[in-house]
Every structure is written in C-alpha cells, then in structure tokens.
Write a protein that binds this ligand. Structure first.
Ligand code: NAP
Length: 252
C-alpha cells in the first residue's frame, strides 16, 4: 500500500460488492479494490475471516462494510440491495465471485443435495444478485459487474459435472445480462481465473503442489481493471491464463 491520497486512486468513492470475500480470489479482489479507493461491501458466511479482511483493508487505508450472509438466503440478497439503496442510492461495482465445487464424481452418483447446492450458489445466487442490484448498478455513472467463471464451463471434463454445468449456466446468465444492459452505462464481464492457489483448487486437485500455481493476489489487479469506469468490454470473458479477452461464439 502506498500513501497515495484517496482522491488520486482509480476507484476513489466507488462502492463495490464482493461475494466470497472471506478467502481466496474474493479476499484478494476485495483488498485490491479497497486499496484502489473503493468502499468494499464484503459478503461471505465466515464472520471471523471477514473481520480479518477488514483489519487488512484498514491497514491499507481503505474501508469496508462486512455482510455475513449465506448466498442461498435469497431474501437476504434482496435486503442487501435495499440496504445499499438506502445508504448510497447506487452501486458501482459487483464482483460475483463466491462459488462452490461440489463433489467430483460421475453424474449418476451425485447426491441431489450436492447438485442443488452447486446450482444455488454458483447460478441462482448470482441471478438473485443481479435481480437485487441491477437497479443500483444502472444508477452508477459506470456500473461494472464481474462474475468469476471457470474453464470447466467449456471443457466438460469427466466427473466435474455439477461445477461445469453451473459455470456454463453462469456464463449464459452474464452474457444475457450484458445484452440487456448494452445501451446503458453498465458493463458485465466474465472472468476465467485459471488454476490459482486457493482452498477450492486444493480440494479439486489434492495431489498438486500449490507452489506451482499463481496466486489470487496476482489476479486481483486485473479484477480492479475490469471494475474500473474506463473498462468498456461487456459480455466477453477475460482469460487470466492467456491475458486475453475471449468473445464467446454466437450461432449464425
Ligand atoms: P474458495 O477459496 O473456496 O473461496 C470460495 C468463497 O466463496 C469463500 O469466500 C466462501 O466464503 C464463499 N462462499 C461459498 N459458498 C458460499 C455461500 N453459500 N454464501 C456465501 N459465500 C459463499 O474458492 P476460490 O478458489 O477463491 O474460488 C472463487 C471463485 O473462483 C469461484 O467462483 C470458483 O469457482 C472460481 N474459480 C477458481 C479457480 C481456482 O483455481 N481457484 C479456478 C477457476 C474458477 P464462506 O465459506 O466464508 O461463506
């Protein structure tokens, strides 16, 4: 953290919601956004980890509002929108990052509860966030929504069924939202982080040496860039492994 005055920071006075801010990619994104000057509304279930994030944000000279919330509690997502409306009247940045892996196993063996939870967190919660926060993003002069997908959405590897299906659905959701906001100041991006050193990756690939992977902190400046008013892309995928913006194929 430098001692740049807040007014000179790229996201000074911006209001940002980050889901899954308690660890991994979401935590790194929340801290980087706060360092860039945004006030971060940090969402996750684990209150202690949110409080540790708050300490780090304050130490960096930033500010955060902590929202301990289970994203499967959709009424709570509606209340979050109402509370942001009451306090700020707008939202500048939404980072829909929270996600779960579920279990890696053949489609025929998956417990319906596991399937439902993966869809609830990875798909429906992001739709409910859009439903609750879209009016507030439209009130920003440059609303930016960034949703964290995965290469699994298109690789369709054996045993990754619920996760792959959920990320493919997320991509359809966000591309639809981008189309619906095309003529507004809102831009909606997808992000493929590639393999990063987090708890989720460890659970998916227990035999892998985490030291061989890039970190969420290396990705975080790109999330700041996607969240910035001068980012113009929408409905496309920022692919961190290649550093390229990918445009999904549309039927002729
Ligand atoms: P992680 O370390 O497991 O973190 C997941 C985050 O989601 C945690 O902050 C967790 O917070 C939150 N979360 C999960 N369920 C929630 C719920 N019901 N309500 C509220 N928050 C919930 O995972 P990560 O690797 O950082 O993953 C972040 C995103 O990147 C995910 O969407 C993942 O699919 C995607 N991704 C990751 C990788 C990778 O290699 N790491 C690769 C491709 C895509 P609490 O447990 O405190 O609620």
């Amino acid at each position: 953290m430098t001692d740049t005055p807040l007014a000179h920071k790229s996201l000074a006075d911006r209001i940002a919601v980050v889901t899954g801010a308690s660890r991994g990619i979401g935590r790194a994104a929340a801290l980087a956004l706060a360092e860039a000057g945004a006030h971060v509304i940090a969402v996750a279930r684990t209150q202690g980890a949110l409080e540790e994030l708050d300490d780090a944000v304050r130490a960096a000279g930033g500010s955060a509002t902590l929202v301990p919330l289970d994203l499967c509690d959709y009424d709570a997502i509606d209340r979050l929108g109402a509370a942001i409306n009451e306090r700020w009247g707008r939202l500048d940045i939404l980072v829909g990052n929270a996600g779960v892996l579920g279990k890696l196993m053949p489609l025929g063996h998956i417990d319906p509860k596991v399937w439902a939870n993966v869809m609830d967190v990875n798909v429906t919660a992001n739709w409910r966030l859009i439903r609750s926060l879209d009016p507030l993003l439209r009130r920003s002069n440059a609303g930016r929504a960034v949703f964290v997908s995965s290469g699994a959405a298109s690789s369709c590897r054996a045993y990754w069924g619920p996760y792959a299906v959920s990320k493919a659905a997320l991509e359809a959701l966000v591309r639809t939202y981008a189309a619906e906001t095309e003529t507004t100041a809102v831009r909606a991006m997808l992000l493929n982080p590639g393999p990063l050193r987090t708890a989720m990756r460890k659970a998916a690939m227990p035999g892998e040496d985490p030291e061989t992977l890039r970190t969420p902190e290396e990705l975080a400046p790109h999330i700041v860039r996607l969240a910035s008013p001068d980012w113009t892309g929408s409905g496309t995928i920022f692919d961190f492994p290649t550093g390229r913006v990918l445009t999904p194929q549309k039927p002729a």
